[in-house]
Design a protein around this ligand. Structure first.
Ligand code: MG
Length: 260
């Protein structure tokens, strides 16, 4: 059974085993192979509520873009960037949908940042903007959780962005190389909408960002790029739940808990 190019891909565990899969309504179908070397269906399915959804891939690297929506740049009282502002998060930030984000009290104010993550499917270096999307295998939801006070205090962003669990990712990858500009991203805090915008509001497009990074670093299969957050960042506290929803892609939902 050949899988259509616009399927939603996931990874999940059930009965003590981990599988790659695709999503069909309320079911997940096990597949053999992966999105990088190709996969095919196995004719074995589970109801989605029976499985534990995992991050849809284990990323190779986590690239991020700062200040990529005009409204967000204004709320930070910063200058509009003239080129994409790139930083990274370590792989130990990555957790799946449903996993708790742990926030230590000493870290000060912690913010959610709902974002679109592009997943790189093929190795590339020095790729032109016009070709860049052919290296993107799909899109998922990302929450670039940030220790806001430490970000300001440190003068650079590494510690503020790098706490364990500060990178919720998933639960699905929409297997498409291009996501329409009118697609909406919505972040909810305890069910209330706090961020909502569409990708046409990005200052730098996914193609521009991929091309830009590839000028100085080789992008590899499994690299993900969190493409920046829209206006409406805000504080999260232990006991809160944050959902990042991208229309047609899925909902990434995580509880926030105090770390002791
Ligand atoms: Mg961000």
């Amino acid at each position: 059974m050949k899988i259509e190019a616009t399927e939603k891909y996931c990874r999940f565990s059930v009965d003590g085993k981990t599988y790659n899969g695709t999503v069909r309504g309320n079911m997940v179908d096990i597949v053999e192979g992966d999105i990088f070397s190709g996969f095919s269906g196995m004719r074995m399915s589970y109801p989605i509520e029976r499985v534990k959804l995992l991050p849809p891939i284990t990323p190779t690297k986590v690239w991020c873009v700062g200040r990529n929506y005009v409204g967000h740049v204004r709320e930070l009282a910063q200058e509009l960037p003239s080129e994409p502002l790139i930083f990274m998060k370590p792989l130990t930030t990555i957790v799946g949908s449903g996993d708790p984000v742990r926030i230590p009290e000493w870290a000060g104010r912690i913010d959610y940042e709902g974002e679109l993550a592009a997943v790189i499917g093929k190795r590339c270096r020095k790729v032109a903007e016009a070709e860049a999307l052919s290296y993107v295998v799909g899109y998922s939801c990302f929450n670039d959780v940030t220790a806001r006070e430490l970000q300001e205090r440190d003068d650079q962003w590494t510690r503020a962005k790098s706490f364990d669990t500060f990178g919720p990712f998933g639960p699905f990858i929409l297997l498409k190389s291009e996501i329409p500009g009118e697609t909406r991203i919505t972040t909810r805090l305890n069910g209330n909408v706090v961020q909502q915008d569409s990708f046409s509001s990005m200052i730098f497009s996914v193609a521009r960002i991929v091309s830009h990074i590839s000028r100085f670093a080789t992008l590899e299969p499994g690299d993900i790029i969190a493409t920046g957050t829209p206006e409406g960042i805000g504080k999260v506290s232990p006991g809160d739940r944050v959902e990042v929803e991208i229309d047609g892609v899925g909902v990434l939902s995580n509880p926030f808990v105090a770390e002791h």
